[in-house]
Design a protein around this ligand. Structure first.
Ligand SMILES: NC(=O)c1ccc[n+]([C@@H]2O[C@H](COP(=O)([O-])OP(=O)(O)OC[C@H]3O[C@@H](n4cnc5c(N)ncnc54)[C@H](OP(=O)(O)O)[C@@H]3O)[C@@H](O)[C@H]2O)c1
Length: 318
């Protein structure tokens, strides 16, 4: 498995990382079991995946606990990236709260659930939805880093302007953002800003929540417990656009003898500025398929073909 150094750190990330949202068990339907999730984590280790992305809100702590249980002593050998700053409001919904008190309490919770003294990469989960100035948030986090509670700081879901401000204030090493053949807002000022500041880019949702795996040949129906039951990308014109693009991707994948998911993930990893891709998975068979993306990354001719396919299908209908 190819690894890349996260710029400005000593963290070597496998180009395909493991996304531990689904194994949190509360947002991705009814087929997440502890046994299958643990097998998925073990398959990731076997495939040479060196890092795991999680968050306190993934299963409200369950994803972090699952990683601790599944990794056991191997947790010391891998990189765990978690997030900070999203709390459950009185309405039961998640909100980004970035006051010094919330940050400290949230981080302490992650350290406890993961059973570690320090987090390798801590990421602000969303930009602030309340009134805490960015300077105050970054100062509070600098203090927590000083105390050894985490090593490196990143941000997630920031636009170009907010990212620029955060990088100017200083102390961040990475941007985590959504990016796939079906989601390309990164290309443009956001990527330029990240690259200009020397930040690593960690791309999430490379399969567009599974759409780009080639598995969905008809409009799917998800249970209420699966967030995709409320995702417009799985309905109407947007689904059919994705399905046509994926069908062509599958033809290419078949020709070279790899799973469609590996081509979709490999394309993301091969794009400029990307340090690593976070591929979500529920089971070992998915991890084994997704990890195959790593050996495709250097195949520029393949990406030229895939780029042409994406261009033929055009942007996602709104
Ligand atoms: N920072 C943020 O705000 C943020 C936001 C989103 C995600 N993330 C991170 O990024 C990770 C990845 O994103 P994501 O999990 O949302 O989306 P994703 O990686 O695009 O899709 C993951 C889902 O696709 C399906 N899948 C995975 N591999 C497959 C394969 N080989 N064949 C068929 N289906 C496959 C699985 O669901 P089914 O089997 O049910 O179809 C899996 O749960 C997350 O786990 C999380 O760590 C971060």
């Amino acid at each position: 498995m190819q690894v890349r150094r996260l710029p400005g750190t000593d963290l070597d990330l496998s180009v395909v990382g493991f996304g531990a949202w689904a194994v949190g068990g509360d947002a991705w339907g009814d087929d997440v079991t502890e046994e299958r999730s643990i097998a998925a984590v073990h398959a990731a280790l076997d495939a040479g995946i060196t890092w795991f992305d999680t968050a306190p809100i993934y299963g409200w702590g369950r994803s972090e606990e699952l990683l601790r249980k599944a990794l056991g002593p191997r947790l010391q050998d891998v990189i765990v990236a978690t997030k900070v700053g999203v709390v459950r409001g009185p309405d039961g919904h998640a909100h980004s709260h970035l006051t010094p008190q919330t940050l400290r309490a949230d981080l302490e919770g992650s350290l406890r659930r993961l059973g570690v003294d320090t987090i390798d990469l801590l990421q602000i989960h969303w930009p602030c939805e309340h009134d805490t100035p960015l300077e105050q948030t970054l100062e509070a986090l600098a203090q927590l880093r000083e105390e050894g509670r985490f090593r490196y700081l990143g941000v997630c879901n920031y636009g170009a302007e907010a990212l620029d401000r955060a990088a100017e204030i200083g102390g961040i090493v990475s941007l985590q953002t959504g990016y796939s053949l079906l989601r390309r807002e990164l290309e443009g000022p956001l990527r330029d800003t990240a690259v200009r500041h020397g930040l690593g880019i960690l791309a999430y949702e490379p399969l567009c929540r599974g759409l780009l795996s080639g598995r969905f040949t008809h409009v799917p129906s998800f249970p209420e417990t699966d967030l995709r039951s409320r995702d417009d990308r799985f309905k109407g014109a947007r689904f059919h656009h994705a399905q046509r693009l994926t069908a062509d991707l599958s033809k290419v994948a078949r020709r070279i003898g790899v799973p469609t998911a590996a081509v979709a993930i490999g394309w993301v990893a091969a794009q400029p500025g990307i340090t690593a891709v976070i591929a979500g998975a529920k089971g070992p068979e998915q991890v084994q398929q997704n990890a195959q993306a790593a050996r495709l990354v250097g195949q520029q001719k393949l990406w030229d073909v895939v780029g042409r396919i994406a261009a033929v299908h055009g942007g996602t209908p709104r």
